[in-house]
Design a protein around this ligand. Structure first.
Ligand SMILES: *Cc1c(COP(=O)(O)O)cnc(C)c1O
Length: 382
């Protein structure tokens, strides 16, 4: 090909920017070209520039949670997807003679209970309907009588898109002196949180959600004095959050092969979060996406699953239209053919599908999706 490497690269760039489908999902998400480009480097895991990358990431994450090392907080990065971080956090933080209160209003809460059961951690679940937030009064009664040492809640329950009031449950945790764990996987980076004011001991999220990095790792932001108590409690080698922290603190390195490329992408994603104006600005963009989507879907006749007072702006759930002509698989495939990926539902009692507002998406993208949905609706005749 005449040795013109340059044009091959240009063409490849053109193809990957224009041919990637847009991901209206809870993750992995559409990322910026510059985040993808940040991965075009091979870094040694013991090299200074890699160690500095990890240091920058760990400090930035604390800042986005409104805390710092100086105020007594630490970041532990864990290889793997988000659930690896959730399992690391639970199995390391809750001792086997402790007792965990699991607040459940969706599939991710159920997953937490499963993790506790696999690790033989004594727990009790307070389960409520998927369109409701857990009851504060019932939670308080349980904390007052149940002998609990820890409590855990999901921040944005991605099953429906509902926001749980983590600040109010945090007040209860503080009042009853229990350790407070939060799965903020699909909220952190786009929903402002003051970790100290919410009395959070451990908050977990991952690289490929609202920070807009690529998949590869999760991270836990922890109160240092709570983290120190985790020593020797994990019944797993790789998911030992305390040992992982000690490793990172000692020489800035991971105990086992780190996802170097995903970390480089994430550092770039964090810089872009700052350029955008931080968590508040990202929240505003996602809210714009949400409002555009909600208005357009309502015009098209789709019904929201959640009441507006509980609906978060991360992901929306819509009931299947009742018309016989609607078939989710066909609907999904027709949108997919047009370059838009939506997400199936995961609710136990309602037939819904989901549309995410997060990732490198703007209102123009949401409008394009709405136009495609309108077309598909006419084509399918529902
Ligand atoms: C995405 C998500 C997780 C983690 O899922 P992985 O597939 O393991 O990355 C956990 N909790 C919530 C609430 C999530 O949205």
């Amino acid at each position: 090909m005449g040795g013109s490497v340059f044009s091959t690269i240009t063409i490849n760039y053109f193809l990957c920017t224009t041919m990637d489908k847009l991901l209206f999902t809870p993750g992995p998400l559409t990322t910026s070209m510059t985040v993808k480009e940040a991965m075009l480097h091979d870094l040694g895991s013991r090299d200074t520039s890699f160690i500095n990358t990890v240091k920058e990431i760990r400090e930035q994450l604390l800042a986005h949670g409104g805390v710092s090392k100086d105020t007594g907080y630490e970041t532990v990065i864990m290889q793997g997807s988000g659930t690896f971080g959730v399992e690391a956090m639970i199995s390391s933080a809750v001792p086997r003679d402790g007792k965990l209160l699991v607040l459940i209003n969706g599939a991710y809460g159920e997953r937490i209970a499963k993790i506790a059961s696999i690790h033989k951690i004594p727990y009790e679940a307070l389960v409520c309907d998927e369109d409701q937030t857990p009851d504060l009064q019932k939670t308080e009664e349980l904390l007052a009588s149940g002998g609990f040492t820890h409590m855990i809640i999901v921040h944005c329950e991605t099953t429906s898109g509902i926001f749980n009031p983590i600040d109010q449950f945090g007040m209860l945790a503080a009042r009853y002196g229990v350790g407070y764990l939060v799965d903020s996987m699909s909220a952190f980076g786009a929903v402002p949180v003051d970790i100290a004011a919410c009395h959070i001991d451990f908050l977990v999220s991952s690289s490929n959600k609202c920070i807009e990095g690529v998949p590869g790792f999760s991270f836990v932001i922890a109160r240092r004095d709570s983290l120190i108590k985790c020593q020797g409690q994990a019944d797993t080698l790789v998911l030992d959050m305390y040992a992982q922290w000690v490793g990172l603190e000692n020489d800035g390195q991971f105990r086992f092969t780190p996802p170097t490329h995903a970390l480089l992408a994430f550092r770039q994603a964090l810089r872009e979060l700052d350029e955008e104006g931080g968590v508040a600005a990202r929240a505003a963009r996602y809210q714009d996406n949400f409002n555009t989507l909600a208005e357009g879907m309502s015009t098209l006749g789709f019904r929201e699953y959640l009441g507006r007072d509980r609906q978060g702006y991360i992901i929306n759930s819509y009931h299947y239209p009742e018309a016989a002509a609607f078939d989710f698989k066909v609907f999904y495939n027709k949108l997919n053919d047009r370059g838009y990926i939506i997400y199936p539902g995961k609710l136990t009692k309602a037939n819904c599908f989901r549309i995410g507002n997060i990732g490198r998406l703007y209102t123009k993208d949401v409008k394009a999706l709405l136009a495609a949905i309108s077309e598909v609706k006419a084509e399918m005749g529902f």
